[in-house]
Design a protein around this ligand. Structure first.
Ligand SMILES: C[S@@+](CC[C@H](N)C(=O)[O-])C[C@H]1O[C@@H](n2cnc3c(N)ncnc32)[C@H](O)[C@@H]1O
Length: 215
């Protein structure tokens, strides 16, 4: 990985660590996302990647036998841990670009994460996901769609597609930010041997599933 991309990914983690306490503000008046997640075929032992404050973790735990939730930001995990008291959830603090699963799962879920995976690490990330799935397992994902481009401050000339993010106190950070259409993401995954069923929802979100092919 280039030094510049390394620095961008470190800044992305720093941003989310600093933002943990204010992160859930984005979920005000977004109850329809629960409907979208409710329609996903989540079952069995679930691996949640980039769980953040655990907005989805109890929802997953309510439909799963167990949940393993991974995130690089301990501040995020602390909030998520509070949210799932009494539920069968195990947390792992790790950088997903180095972390490897130690077992296999029936479902791998990630919400608002894939658009933060740089193109140079896309294939390796999906290889990690494949290694985390039982042969009959599936990925369930939720993310922003390409419409998000209109509301992000896109930064030119970075080592990966990137955007500037501001905290409530004005501090600024760069994050990786991809803007996929359902067609682009489906084609990209097909190129790696995945069969994906991804659609746009509510004009600004992507939601769907992906299963590994036999290749
Ligand atoms: C947009 S938030 C999504 C949180 C949660 N999934 C949700 O839907 O609300 C992105 C999350 O990715 C985490 N993250 C960023 N870089 C990471 C990395 N390299 N490895 C693991 N987690 C990372 C951040 O800490 C943050 O919690």
């Amino acid at each position: 990985m280039s030094h510049d991309l390394d620095a961008l990914l470190a800044e992305q983690i720093a941003y989310y660590r600093a933002r943990a306490g204010e992160y859930d503000e984005i979920y005000a008046e977004r109850e329809m996302l629960d409907t979208l997640v409710g329609q996903l075929p989540i079952s069995g032992d679930v691996l949640e990647l980039a769980c953040g404050t655990g907005r989805w973790t109890p929802v997953l735990a309510g439909r799963a036998r167990s949940v393993t939730a991974v995130d690089a930001a301990p501040e995020m995990i602390a909030i998520a841990r509070d949210r799932v008291r009494g539920l069968p959830v195990e947390f792992v603090t790790a950088d997903l670009f180095g972390w490897r699963p130690t077992r296999r799962y029936d479902t791998v879920f990630f919400g608002f994460w894939l658009s933060h995976v740089p193109p140079a690490l896309f294939e390796a990330f999906w290889s990690t996901v494949r290694g985390a799935l039982h042969p009959a397992g599936r990925v369930c994902l939720l993310d922003t769609s390409d419409r998000e481009r209109e509301v992000e401050e896109v930064l030119p000339g970075e080592s990966a597609p990137a955007a500037r993010r501001l905290l409530n106190d004005g501090r600024q950070y760069r994050v990786v930010k991809l803007f996929y259409t359902p067609q682009e993401l489906t084609a990209r995954l097909a190129g790696l041997g995945w069969s994906a069923d991804i659609r746009e929802a509510d004009g600004q979100f992507l939601v769907g599933t992906a299963v590994p092919g036999s290749a």
